[in-house]
Design a protein around this ligand. Structure first.
Ligand code: P1T
Length: 385
């Protein structure tokens, strides 16, 4: 079934980029588990494909599906979220500068500073919620702005449209990592971003069973440049991963609705909990950018960050005691996870920067899954003691 922009998100999630297999009628896109394709004579290919690093039909269906969900024309998939991020950084040259949101996934921070820094690409950290700071950081060398919203782990919300205007005025590429919001809650391209990045490992995959990344754009030139790097570097996903992701996107809207509902209930409960100092959740009125979050997103996602009363000992005790909330890195799966960013996901962020961002010993991050919310709340209550 052909879908268009006018169809609902859920319809596009299930059908975009996909059609029944023309030879068998199989409703699911087949797993084209092949590395290469037979040619009729040298250079005369039978269909559209010659080698699976360049392109593969299962991957092509996924790339089209994700592009559609983000309201983009072009999608590219990668072996991980950081592989996708690295491909964007390869658009730059030695001497170029990047403005990076100050609160991003620790692995993103490490890639920008420690891998691309060695190649002479300078990264300047900027609080993207402070538009004056973004403007002030701009100079002729800046070629890329990279931000997350909500951020990982302190869930700051950035006005994508406002940053996109600054980027356009300065002829700078704006890339938005939309992993936390997902295309169900936010479409950065529609707000003026040039590139959207995803760790498909998280909500898009949704079942904690695959690692992957994606880039989506509307700009044909940018797409060709990214595709050339994808082909040349080769960090493409396996075909089975692509199949799993195609299976997952079909339920993204349903899962996200439940993640949002559960997270709101958990956040409200924790806000009133005597053992909790404060709760960061964009859906709470107490969140500093709650109004912006309401304007930019129809729901607030499944991630909650809390400061518990006490320090490392109390955090450790909580993380050892939860049962449904598994102590693990990652997020966005159907099962709830709990983690300690200072020790786990953001350990590679220098300690002084962590302190500046408030990633302290009593900060705990929750990825609220889609289990029965009453069980999740009871689990947190017993763990907080
Ligand atoms: O793990 P990978 O698929 O390579 O994705 C990297 C990545 C990119 N962007 C964001 C916003 C992310 O959160 C991540 C990975 N994050 C975790 C593993 C985590 O627990 O925060």
């Amino acid at each position: 079934m052909q879908v268009s922009k006018n169809h609902a998100f859920g319809t596009r999630a299930i059908h975009a980029g996909q059609r029944p297999d023309p030879t068998t009628g199989a409703i699911m896109t087949p797993i084209y588990q092949t590395s290469t394709y037979v040619q009729q004579s040298p250079g005369k290919i039978i269909g559209e494909y010659d080698y699976s690093r360049a392109a593969n039909p299962t991957r092509a269906a996924l790339e089209a599906n994700l592009a559609d969900l983000e309201g983009g024309k072009f999608g590219l998939c990668f072996s991980s979220g950081v592989a996708a991020t690295g491909v964007v950084l390869h658009l730059l040259s030695t001497g170029d500068k990047v403005l990076l949101g100050d609160d991003v996934y620790g692995g993103t921070n490490r890639l920008f500073h420690r891998v691309f820094g060695q190649l002479g690409i300078e990264t300047v950290l900027v609080d993207m919620t402070d538009l004056d700071a973004v403007k002030a950081a701009m100079d002729d060398k800046v070629k890329l702005i990279w931000l997350e919203t909500p951020t990982n782990p302190t869930l700051k919300i950035t006005d994508i449209k406002a940053v996109a205007e600054i980027a356009k005025a300065n002829d700078v590429i704006l890339a938005v990592d939309n992993t936390f919001a997902t295309p169900y809650l936010q479409n950065p391209l529609a707000l003026g971003a040039d590139i959207v990045c995803h760790s498909t490992t998280k909500y898009i995959g949704g079942h904690s069973d695959s690692i992957g990344g994606a880039l989506i754009t509307n700009d044909p030139d940018l797409h060709q440049r990214l595709k050339f790097i994808q082909l040349s570097e080769g960090a493409v996903p396996g075909i089975m991963e692509c199949f799993l992701l195609l299976r997952s996107t079909k339920t993204l809207h349903v899962r996200m609705q439940r993640h949002c509902e559960n997270a709101m209930k958990v956040a409200k409960h924790l806000e009133a909990h005597p053992k909790v100092e404060s709760v960061i959740y964009p859906g709470l009125e107490s969140h500093p950018q709650h109004e912006l979050a309401k304007a930019q997103m129809p729901g607030f996602g499944g991630m909650i960050t809390i400061y518990i009363k006490g320090g490392l000992e109390e955090s450790r005790s909580m993380l050892e005691k939860t049962r449904f909330f598994a102590c693990a890195e990652s997020l966005g799966g159907v099962e709830s996870l709990i983690e300690h960013p200072a020790i786990m996901t953001h350990a590679s962020v220098p300690a002084d920067q962590r302190a500046k961002l408030g990633i302290s010993d009593n900060l705990v991050r929750l990825s609220v899954g889609i289990e029965g919310v009453e069980d999740l709340i009871a689990d947190l209550d017993q763990a907080l003691g």
